[in-house]
Design a binder for this molecule. Sequence first.
Ligand code: SF4
Length: 314
Amino acid sequence: MKIGLINVDSKIPNLALMKISAYHKTKGDAVSWFNGMFETYDKVYASKVFSYTPDYAYYPAGIEIVKGGSGYIGNYTVLPDEIEHICPDYSLHSNMDYSMGFITRGCIRTCNFCIVPKKEGYIRPNTDIDEFTMHKNLVCLDNNVLASDFGLKQIEKIINRKIKVDFNQGLDARIIAENPDIAKLLSRVKWLKPVRMAMDNMGEADAVIKATELLRKYKTTPRAYSVYILVRNDIKDALRRVEICRNLNLNPFAQPYLDTNSINYKVSQEQRDFVSWVNQKQFFKKMPYELFKIARHNRNAGVLPDKNRIALIN
Ligand code: SF4
């Protein structure tokens, strides 16, 4: 069989497609990225991550098309076990120098904006790192690894193997804040990227402050941890959270709230302005948000900015 793969909208390597590729190769099938101009296929898999991006427009007719991923609204399908528990085909991405996977699936929390509880349910063990780790660098996509005893044991294993790791969906600051032993454990990890946490609302501020204190007490480096900041329409609330990060020498990373149930959901201009300001550190470090917003709007309206500020807003 000839299998075509389409990564509809993700800029990073797509784990599900890499596993599907590995699975079909074990069956003796030929697998490649879909190229409808020059090739024909027996079956095509498409993966889409974001609900607000358009689907691929040129699916071939007359063959089986399998679509999956959170970008297809209401599509909470999971991979069958024989595909979920296979080492991903890293050769699909020739420059990939890290392994990827989920040690755990699910989460102990039920944040109302998040798709994880609906898609994956409560936290549970998923995979031993030996199943998918082929590099000295590892990116784990777990949603709340610290809430799982299995997850904590796997972190011990990562430490003992001297693997550099990034939990790129963030670590739960509330769990770190309440468990000095977990902060101690994390201080022994070699981090591929600084520890990531989240402060999605002001109710999580105290936990991030306490977790930062503990992580630094036990010398978890690099010390400028990242903090995801969810940006809804209440910009004042988001501003308070990023200023807390600034005061703690943490690195906020703003993400606009996205309604994963709607393809028509639009991020407001105010959310866009705020996210641009926070995430472009040359602005975040040098000018207050209100000034950034005025300068940006003036530029968009064709009003020439003060010449001293031209360098900052271009
Ligand atoms: S803690 Fe994170 S993963 Fe868990 S439900 Fe909340 S946002 Fe989702």
